[in-house]
Design a protein around this ligand. Structure first.
Ligand code: IMP
Length: 424
Protein backbone atom coordinates (compact mmCIF):
# COMPACT_ATOMS: atom_id res chain seq x y z
CA UNK A 1 0.00 0.00 0.00
CA UNK A 2 2.70 2.50 1.13
CA UNK A 3 1.29 5.72 -0.42
CA UNK A 4 -2.06 5.21 -2.11
CA UNK A 5 -4.33 7.90 -3.50
CA UNK A 6 -8.05 7.05 -3.36
CA UNK A 7 -9.98 9.03 -5.95
CA UNK A 8 -13.53 9.14 -7.22
CA UNK A 9 -13.55 8.06 -10.87
CA UNK A 10 -17.06 9.39 -11.65
CA UNK A 11 -19.17 12.30 -10.33
CA UNK A 12 -18.52 11.60 -6.65
CA UNK A 13 -20.46 9.41 -4.22
CA UNK A 14 -18.66 6.30 -5.49
CA UNK A 15 -17.93 4.93 -2.02
CA UNK A 16 -14.48 6.42 -1.44
CA UNK A 17 -15.11 6.69 2.30
CA UNK A 18 -15.84 2.99 2.57
CA UNK A 19 -12.68 2.05 0.68
CA UNK A 20 -10.55 4.59 2.55
CA UNK A 21 -11.88 3.19 5.83
CA UNK A 22 -10.96 -0.32 4.71
CA UNK A 23 -7.45 0.75 3.73
CA UNK A 24 -7.18 2.74 6.96
CA UNK A 25 -7.11 -0.47 8.99
CA UNK A 26 -3.53 -0.96 7.76
CA UNK A 27 -2.65 2.72 7.46
CA UNK A 28 -0.66 5.06 9.66
CA UNK A 29 -1.87 8.32 8.10
CA UNK A 30 -5.06 9.21 6.20
CA UNK A 31 -4.91 12.67 4.64
CA UNK A 32 -7.76 14.60 3.00
CA UNK A 33 -6.34 16.78 0.23
CA UNK A 34 -9.20 18.86 -1.23
CA UNK A 35 -12.81 19.89 -0.75
CA UNK A 36 -14.51 20.52 2.54
CA UNK A 37 -17.82 19.68 4.10
CA UNK A 38 -19.40 19.31 0.66
CA UNK A 39 -18.18 15.70 0.81
CA UNK A 40 -19.92 13.12 2.92
CA UNK A 41 -19.22 9.62 4.04
CA UNK A 42 -21.03 7.36 6.41
CA UNK A 43 -19.11 5.48 9.05
CA UNK A 44 -20.33 2.66 11.20
CA UNK A 45 -19.43 2.45 14.88
CA UNK A 46 -20.88 -0.60 16.56
CA UNK A 47 -24.47 -0.74 15.41
CA UNK A 48 -24.62 2.96 14.69
CA UNK A 49 -24.11 4.74 11.40
CA UNK A 50 -23.34 8.39 11.10
CA UNK A 51 -22.22 10.86 8.50
CA UNK A 52 -18.92 12.71 8.50
CA UNK A 53 -18.05 15.38 6.00
CA UNK A 54 -14.69 16.86 6.94
CA UNK A 55 -12.97 14.49 9.34
CA UNK A 56 -10.86 12.05 7.29
CA UNK A 57 -11.70 8.35 7.12
CA UNK A 58 -9.91 6.09 9.55
CA UNK A 59 -10.49 8.43 12.48
CA UNK A 60 -12.03 5.48 14.32
CA UNK A 61 -8.67 3.68 14.41
CA UNK A 62 -6.41 4.96 17.20
CA UNK A 63 -3.35 3.90 15.19
CA UNK A 64 -4.27 6.25 12.31
CA UNK A 65 -3.33 9.92 12.27
CA UNK A 66 -6.14 11.67 10.33
CA UNK A 67 -4.87 14.79 8.58
CA UNK A 68 -6.65 17.65 6.83
CA UNK A 69 -4.25 18.97 4.18
CA UNK A 70 -3.64 22.47 2.88
CA UNK A 71 -5.79 21.83 -0.20
CA UNK A 72 -8.96 21.61 1.86
CA UNK A 73 -11.32 24.41 2.83
CA UNK A 74 -12.35 24.12 6.45
CA UNK A 75 -15.52 25.28 8.12
CA UNK A 76 -14.20 25.29 11.70
CA UNK A 77 -17.63 25.11 13.32
CA UNK A 78 -18.46 21.99 11.31
CA UNK A 79 -15.10 20.39 12.07
CA UNK A 80 -15.48 20.93 15.81
CA UNK A 81 -19.05 19.64 15.72
CA UNK A 82 -17.95 16.44 13.99
CA UNK A 83 -15.16 15.99 16.53
CA UNK A 84 -17.67 16.47 19.36
CA UNK A 85 -20.00 13.88 17.80
CA UNK A 86 -17.13 11.41 17.57
CA UNK A 87 -16.20 12.05 21.20
CA UNK A 88 -19.80 11.50 22.33
CA UNK A 89 -19.70 8.08 20.62
CA UNK A 90 -16.48 7.06 22.33
CA UNK A 91 -14.10 7.87 19.43
CA UNK A 92 -11.21 10.10 20.43
CA UNK A 93 -10.47 12.61 17.64
CA UNK A 94 -7.58 14.25 19.52
CA UNK A 95 -5.05 12.76 17.12
CA UNK A 96 -6.56 14.70 14.18
CA UNK A 97 -4.11 17.12 12.56
CA UNK A 98 -4.93 20.20 10.51
CA UNK A 99 -2.71 22.09 8.08
CA UNK A 100 -2.12 25.73 9.03
CA UNK A 101 -2.22 26.49 5.29
CA UNK A 102 -5.77 25.22 4.75
CA UNK A 103 -8.25 27.99 4.02
CA UNK A 104 -11.15 28.83 6.29
CA UNK A 105 -14.77 28.90 5.19
CA UNK A 106 -16.20 32.11 6.60
CA UNK A 107 -19.89 32.97 7.19
CA UNK A 108 -19.93 35.22 4.12
CA UNK A 109 -18.78 32.30 1.96
CA UNK A 110 -21.84 30.28 2.94
CA UNK A 111 -24.09 33.25 2.36
CA UNK A 112 -22.55 34.07 -1.02
CA UNK A 113 -22.85 30.42 -2.12
CA UNK A 114 -26.59 30.49 -1.40
CA UNK A 115 -27.38 33.91 -2.91
CA UNK A 116 -25.26 33.27 -6.03
CA UNK A 117 -27.11 30.04 -6.70
CA UNK A 118 -30.44 31.79 -6.27
CA UNK A 119 -29.26 34.55 -8.62
CA UNK A 120 -28.25 32.00 -11.29
CA UNK A 121 -31.78 30.56 -11.27
CA UNK A 122 -32.16 28.09 -14.11
CA UNK A 123 -28.40 28.06 -14.68
CA UNK A 124 -27.51 27.21 -11.12
CA UNK A 125 -24.80 24.64 -10.47
CA UNK A 126 -26.68 22.91 -7.69
CA UNK A 127 -23.87 23.42 -5.16
CA UNK A 128 -24.06 22.04 -1.65
CA UNK A 129 -24.31 25.66 -0.43
CA UNK A 130 -21.58 25.09 2.14
CA UNK A 131 -19.47 28.02 0.94
CA UNK A 132 -16.95 25.83 -0.90
CA UNK A 133 -16.78 27.78 -4.18
CA UNK A 134 -16.57 31.25 -2.58
CA UNK A 135 -13.83 30.05 -0.19
CA UNK A 136 -11.73 28.70 -3.09
CA UNK A 137 -12.44 31.88 -5.06
CA UNK A 138 -10.94 33.92 -2.22
CA UNK A 139 -7.98 31.55 -2.00
CA UNK A 140 -7.09 32.09 -5.64
CA UNK A 141 -7.75 35.82 -5.58
CA UNK A 142 -5.42 35.92 -2.55
CA UNK A 143 -8.10 37.23 -0.22
CA UNK A 144 -8.51 34.04 1.74
CA UNK A 145 -8.06 33.64 5.48
CA UNK A 146 -6.02 30.60 6.48
CA UNK A 147 -6.13 28.40 9.56
CA UNK A 148 -2.81 29.87 10.72
CA UNK A 149 -4.33 33.38 10.71
CA UNK A 150 -6.56 32.31 13.60
CA UNK A 151 -3.50 32.47 15.83
CA UNK A 152 -2.54 36.01 14.89
CA UNK A 153 -5.47 38.10 16.13
CA UNK A 154 -4.17 41.37 14.59
CA UNK A 155 -3.72 39.83 11.16
CA UNK A 156 -7.03 37.97 11.44
CA UNK A 157 -8.89 41.22 12.18
CA UNK A 158 -7.13 43.06 9.31
CA UNK A 159 -7.93 40.32 6.82
CA UNK A 160 -11.51 40.07 7.98
CA UNK A 161 -11.97 43.83 7.76
CA UNK A 162 -10.64 43.82 4.19
CA UNK A 163 -12.81 40.88 3.26
CA UNK A 164 -15.99 42.33 4.76
CA UNK A 165 -15.43 45.72 3.14
CA UNK A 166 -15.74 44.01 -0.23
CA UNK A 167 -18.20 41.21 0.62
CA UNK A 168 -20.67 43.56 2.26
CA UNK A 169 -20.77 45.67 -0.89
CA UNK A 170 -21.41 42.56 -2.94
CA UNK A 171 -24.02 41.18 -0.55
CA UNK A 172 -25.97 44.40 -0.33
CA UNK A 173 -25.50 45.99 -3.77
CA UNK A 174 -25.35 42.98 -6.06
CA UNK A 175 -27.48 40.47 -4.19
CA UNK A 176 -29.70 42.85 -2.27
CA UNK A 177 -29.18 41.08 1.01
CA UNK A 178 -28.02 42.14 4.48
CA UNK A 179 -24.36 42.99 5.15
CA UNK A 180 -22.49 41.22 7.97
CA UNK A 181 -21.01 42.64 11.21
CA UNK A 182 -17.40 42.00 12.05
CA UNK A 183 -17.59 41.60 15.84
CA UNK A 184 -19.71 38.44 16.07
CA UNK A 185 -17.46 36.79 13.48
CA UNK A 186 -14.33 37.78 15.42
CA UNK A 187 -15.80 36.32 18.62
CA UNK A 188 -16.92 33.13 16.93
CA UNK A 189 -13.56 32.50 15.25
CA UNK A 190 -11.58 33.33 18.43
CA UNK A 191 -13.42 30.42 20.04
CA UNK A 192 -12.47 28.18 17.13
CA UNK A 193 -8.82 29.25 17.43
CA UNK A 194 -8.67 28.05 20.99
CA UNK A 195 -10.33 24.72 20.26
CA UNK A 196 -8.29 23.99 17.13
CA UNK A 197 -4.87 25.12 18.38
CA UNK A 198 -3.71 21.67 19.58
CA UNK A 199 -4.51 20.16 16.17
CA UNK A 200 -2.72 22.59 13.86
CA UNK A 201 0.51 21.35 12.35
CA UNK A 202 2.83 21.38 9.35
CA UNK A 203 0.83 18.72 7.51
CA UNK A 204 3.20 18.57 4.54
CA UNK A 205 6.12 17.72 6.82
CA UNK A 206 4.01 15.16 8.68
CA UNK A 207 2.97 13.34 5.50
CA UNK A 208 6.43 13.55 3.92
CA UNK A 209 8.08 12.16 7.07
CA UNK A 210 5.54 9.32 7.27
CA UNK A 211 6.37 8.36 3.67
CA UNK A 212 10.11 8.58 4.32
CA UNK A 213 9.70 6.27 7.30
CA UNK A 214 7.92 3.70 5.13
CA UNK A 215 4.54 4.19 6.82
CA UNK A 216 1.29 3.51 5.00
CA UNK A 217 -0.35 6.72 3.86
CA UNK A 218 -3.80 7.01 2.28
CA UNK A 219 -4.59 10.20 0.36
CA UNK A 220 -8.35 10.51 0.56
CA UNK A 221 -10.02 12.41 -2.25
CA UNK A 222 -13.49 13.94 -2.11
CA UNK A 223 -15.98 14.33 -5.01
CA UNK A 224 -14.77 12.79 -8.29
CA UNK A 225 -12.90 13.19 -11.56
CA UNK A 226 -15.88 14.59 -13.49
CA UNK A 227 -16.34 17.26 -10.81
CA UNK A 228 -12.70 18.37 -11.06
CA UNK A 229 -12.45 22.10 -11.77
CA UNK A 230 -9.88 21.46 -14.55
CA UNK A 231 -10.87 18.07 -15.91
CA UNK A 232 -14.58 17.84 -15.10
CA UNK A 233 -17.74 19.02 -16.79
CA UNK A 234 -17.03 22.71 -16.16
CA UNK A 235 -18.79 24.82 -14.91
CA UNK A 236 -20.88 22.07 -13.31
CA UNK A 237 -18.00 21.04 -11.10
CA UNK A 238 -16.63 21.67 -7.65
CA UNK A 239 -13.91 24.28 -7.11
CA UNK A 240 -10.95 21.99 -6.41
CA UNK A 241 -8.98 19.09 -7.96
CA UNK A 242 -10.30 15.70 -6.84
CA UNK A 243 -7.99 13.99 -9.40
CA UNK A 244 -4.67 12.67 -8.15
CA UNK A 245 -2.78 15.86 -9.03
CA UNK A 246 -4.78 17.47 -6.23
CA UNK A 247 -3.31 14.95 -3.81
CA UNK A 248 0.14 16.40 -4.44
CA UNK A 249 -0.67 20.11 -4.31
CA UNK A 250 -3.22 19.57 -1.55
CA UNK A 251 -0.75 17.96 0.84
CA UNK A 252 2.68 19.12 -0.25
CA UNK A 253 4.41 15.99 -1.51
CA UNK A 254 5.81 15.17 -4.95
CA UNK A 255 4.72 12.71 -7.66
CA UNK A 256 7.47 10.23 -6.82
CA UNK A 257 6.04 9.84 -3.33
CA UNK A 258 2.91 8.13 -4.69
CA UNK A 259 2.87 4.37 -5.25
CA UNK A 260 -0.69 3.64 -6.40
CA UNK A 261 -3.86 5.44 -7.46
CA UNK A 262 -7.02 3.53 -6.66
CA UNK A 263 -9.99 4.78 -8.67
CA UNK A 264 -13.41 4.16 -7.15
CA UNK A 265 -16.39 3.67 -9.48
CA UNK A 266 -19.88 2.34 -9.05
CA UNK A 267 -20.99 -0.51 -11.32
CA UNK A 268 -23.31 2.15 -12.81
CA UNK A 269 -22.98 5.95 -12.53
CA UNK A 270 -24.66 8.74 -10.60
CA UNK A 271 -24.52 12.50 -10.35
CA UNK A 272 -26.09 15.15 -8.12
CA UNK A 273 -26.56 18.73 -9.17
CA UNK A 274 -26.90 19.96 -12.73
CA UNK A 275 -24.74 19.38 -15.80
CA UNK A 276 -24.44 16.99 -18.74
CA UNK A 277 -24.83 13.24 -18.19
CA UNK A 278 -24.73 11.15 -21.39
CA UNK A 279 -25.91 7.81 -19.96
CA UNK A 280 -28.60 9.24 -17.66
CA UNK A 281 -31.70 7.05 -17.35
CA UNK A 282 -34.79 9.14 -16.98
CA UNK A 283 -37.00 6.07 -16.79
CA UNK A 284 -38.03 3.22 -14.52
CA UNK A 285 -34.57 1.63 -14.77
CA UNK A 286 -33.00 4.81 -13.36
CA UNK A 287 -35.72 5.00 -10.70
CA UNK A 288 -34.96 1.42 -9.73
CA UNK A 289 -31.25 2.21 -9.37
CA UNK A 290 -32.17 5.12 -7.06
CA UNK A 291 -34.40 2.87 -5.01
CA UNK A 292 -32.17 -0.20 -4.73
CA UNK A 293 -28.96 1.80 -4.51
CA UNK A 294 -30.38 4.24 -1.93
CA UNK A 295 -29.14 7.03 -4.17
CA UNK A 296 -29.72 10.07 -1.98
CA UNK A 297 -26.91 12.45 -0.97
CA UNK A 298 -25.21 12.07 2.43
CA UNK A 299 -24.76 15.84 2.79
CA UNK A 300 -27.84 17.35 1.15
CA UNK A 301 -30.23 14.40 0.93
CA UNK A 302 -30.79 15.18 -2.75
CA UNK A 303 -31.91 12.40 -5.11
CA UNK A 304 -29.02 11.36 -7.33
CA UNK A 305 -29.43 11.04 -11.08
CA UNK A 306 -28.56 7.50 -12.23
CA UNK A 307 -27.37 5.91 -15.48
CA UNK A 308 -25.58 2.95 -17.06
CA UNK A 309 -21.85 2.63 -16.56
CA UNK A 310 -20.04 5.07 -18.82
CA UNK A 311 -16.70 3.61 -19.88
CA UNK A 312 -15.81 6.64 -22.02
CA UNK A 313 -15.85 8.67 -18.82
CA UNK A 314 -14.17 5.96 -16.76
CA UNK A 315 -11.33 5.56 -19.27
CA UNK A 316 -10.91 9.33 -19.12
CA UNK A 317 -10.72 9.17 -15.32
CA UNK A 318 -8.04 6.48 -15.58
CA UNK A 319 -6.06 8.71 -17.92
CA UNK A 320 -6.28 12.09 -16.19
CA UNK A 321 -5.92 10.61 -12.71
CA UNK A 322 -3.17 8.11 -13.48
CA UNK A 323 -5.40 5.43 -11.97
CA UNK A 324 -3.47 2.18 -11.53
CA UNK A 325 -6.37 0.00 -10.30
CA UNK A 326 -10.12 0.16 -9.86
CA UNK A 327 -12.59 -0.66 -7.11
CA UNK A 328 -16.08 -1.44 -8.46
CA UNK A 329 -18.75 -0.62 -5.91
CA UNK A 330 -22.43 -1.53 -5.54
CA UNK A 331 -22.36 -4.38 -8.04
CA UNK A 332 -25.32 -5.88 -6.13
CA UNK A 333 -27.56 -2.99 -7.25
CA UNK A 334 -27.48 -4.36 -10.81
CA UNK A 335 -28.86 -7.78 -9.78
CA UNK A 336 -32.21 -8.55 -11.34
CA UNK A 337 -31.84 -6.50 -14.52
CA UNK A 338 -32.27 -8.90 -17.50
CA UNK A 339 -29.68 -6.86 -19.42
CA UNK A 340 -26.95 -4.57 -18.12
CA UNK A 341 -25.48 -1.99 -20.46
CA UNK A 342 -22.06 -0.38 -20.74
CA UNK A 343 -21.46 2.75 -22.84
CA UNK A 344 -18.26 2.20 -24.81
CA UNK A 345 -18.37 5.31 -27.04
CA UNK A 346 -20.54 8.34 -27.85
CA UNK A 347 -22.02 9.35 -31.18
CA UNK A 348 -22.82 12.90 -32.17
CA UNK A 349 -23.74 14.17 -35.64
CA UNK A 350 -22.36 11.07 -37.33
CA UNK A 351 -19.06 11.33 -35.46
CA UNK A 352 -17.95 8.63 -33.04
CA UNK A 353 -16.11 9.49 -29.83
CA UNK A 354 -14.10 6.74 -28.20
CA UNK A 355 -12.31 9.30 -26.03
CA UNK A 356 -13.98 11.82 -23.76
CA UNK A 357 -14.93 14.71 -26.10
CA UNK A 358 -12.92 17.88 -25.72
CA UNK A 359 -15.93 20.01 -26.69
CA UNK A 360 -18.45 20.09 -23.88
CA UNK A 361 -21.51 20.51 -26.13
CA UNK A 362 -20.99 16.93 -27.37
CA UNK A 363 -21.74 15.66 -23.87
CA UNK A 364 -25.19 17.26 -23.99
CA UNK A 365 -26.13 16.06 -27.45
CA UNK A 366 -24.44 12.70 -27.88
CA UNK A 367 -26.05 9.29 -27.89
CA UNK A 368 -24.14 6.64 -25.99
CA UNK A 369 -23.06 3.56 -27.94
CA UNK A 370 -24.06 0.68 -25.71
CA UNK A 371 -22.82 -2.84 -25.37
CA UNK A 372 -25.44 -5.15 -23.87
CA UNK A 373 -24.47 -7.78 -21.35
CA UNK A 374 -26.50 -10.60 -19.96
CA UNK A 375 -27.72 -9.72 -16.46
CA UNK A 376 -27.92 -11.96 -13.40
CA UNK A 377 -30.90 -12.75 -11.23
CA UNK A 378 -29.09 -13.93 -8.12
CA UNK A 379 -28.77 -11.88 -4.95
CA UNK A 380 -24.98 -11.43 -4.83
CA UNK A 381 -24.78 -9.53 -1.55
CA UNK A 382 -23.39 -12.62 0.18
CA UNK A 383 -20.50 -13.02 -2.27
CA UNK A 384 -17.07 -12.79 -0.65
CA UNK A 385 -14.87 -13.67 -3.60
CA UNK A 386 -15.03 -13.64 -7.39
CA UNK A 387 -15.83 -17.37 -7.29
CA UNK A 388 -19.07 -16.61 -5.44
CA UNK A 389 -20.32 -14.38 -8.27
CA UNK A 390 -22.52 -15.63 -11.12
CA UNK A 391 -20.71 -15.99 -14.42
CA UNK A 392 -22.54 -12.98 -15.94
CA UNK A 393 -21.38 -10.69 -13.09
CA UNK A 394 -17.81 -11.93 -13.45
CA UNK A 395 -17.78 -11.28 -17.16
CA UNK A 396 -19.23 -7.79 -16.57
CA UNK A 397 -16.24 -7.03 -14.31
CA UNK A 398 -13.81 -8.57 -16.79
CA UNK A 399 -15.20 -6.34 -19.52
CA UNK A 400 -14.72 -3.28 -17.31
CA UNK A 401 -11.07 -4.24 -16.79
CA UNK A 402 -10.60 -4.75 -20.49
CA UNK A 403 -12.13 -1.40 -21.43
CA UNK A 404 -10.43 0.53 -18.63
CA UNK A 405 -6.99 -0.96 -19.25
CA UNK A 406 -6.33 -1.38 -15.52
CA UNK A 407 -7.22 -4.23 -13.16
CA UNK A 408 -10.23 -4.31 -10.86
CA UNK A 409 -8.66 -5.05 -7.49
CA UNK A 410 -11.67 -4.56 -5.24
CA UNK A 411 -15.39 -5.33 -5.61
CA UNK A 412 -18.22 -4.31 -3.34
CA UNK A 413 -21.59 -6.07 -3.20
CA UNK A 414 -23.21 -4.53 -0.13
CA UNK A 415 -22.89 -1.98 2.63
CA UNK A 416 -21.07 -4.23 5.12
CA UNK A 417 -17.34 -4.07 5.38
CA UNK A 418 -17.11 -7.81 4.60
CA UNK A 419 -19.10 -7.25 1.41
CA UNK A 420 -16.05 -5.57 -0.14
CA UNK A 421 -13.54 -8.12 -1.31
CA UNK A 422 -10.35 -8.38 -3.29
CA UNK A 423 -10.74 -10.57 -6.38
CA UNK A 424 -8.61 -13.70 -6.16
P1 IMP B 1 -19.90 22.56 -4.40
O1 IMP B 1 -18.76 21.60 -4.27
O2 IMP B 1 -20.75 22.62 -3.17
O3 IMP B 1 -19.47 23.91 -4.88
O4 IMP B 1 -20.89 21.98 -5.54
C1 IMP B 1 -20.48 21.93 -6.91
C2 IMP B 1 -20.98 20.67 -7.59
O5 IMP B 1 -20.32 19.53 -7.04
C3 IMP B 1 -22.48 20.40 -7.42
O6 IMP B 1 -22.96 19.77 -8.57
C4 IMP B 1 -22.53 19.42 -6.25
O7 IMP B 1 -23.69 18.64 -6.27
C5 IMP B 1 -21.28 18.59 -6.55
N1 IMP B 1 -20.71 17.97 -5.35
C6 IMP B 1 -20.01 18.56 -4.37
N2 IMP B 1 -19.64 17.67 -3.45
C7 IMP B 1 -20.09 16.47 -3.85
C8 IMP B 1 -19.98 15.14 -3.34
O8 IMP B 1 -19.36 14.87 -2.31
N3 IMP B 1 -20.60 14.18 -4.08
C9 IMP B 1 -21.24 14.43 -5.24
N4 IMP B 1 -21.35 15.65 -5.75
C10 IMP B 1 -20.78 16.67 -5.08
Amino acid sequence: MPATVVIGAQWGDEGKGKVANLLARDADVVVRYQGGNNAGHTIVIGDEKFALSLVPSGVIYPSVTPVIGNGCVVDPGVLLEEMATLRSRGVDPDHLRLSGNAHLIMPYHRKLDAVKERYLGRNQIGTTRKGIGPAYTDKYSRQGIRVQDLFDPGIFRDKLEDALREKNQILSRVYNTLPMDIEPILDEYAGYAEALAPHVTDASLLVWTAIREGQNVVFEGAQGTLLDVDHGTYPFVTSSNPTSGGALTGTGVGPRDIDAVLGIAKAYITRVGTGPFPTELDDEIGARMVEIGGEFGTVTGRRRRCGWLDMVALRYAVRVGGITELAIMKLDVLSGFPTVRIATAYEDGGERFDDFPRQQRVLYRCTPVYEDHEGWEEDISGARSMDDLPKAARSYLERIEELAGVPVTMVSVGPDREATFLPA
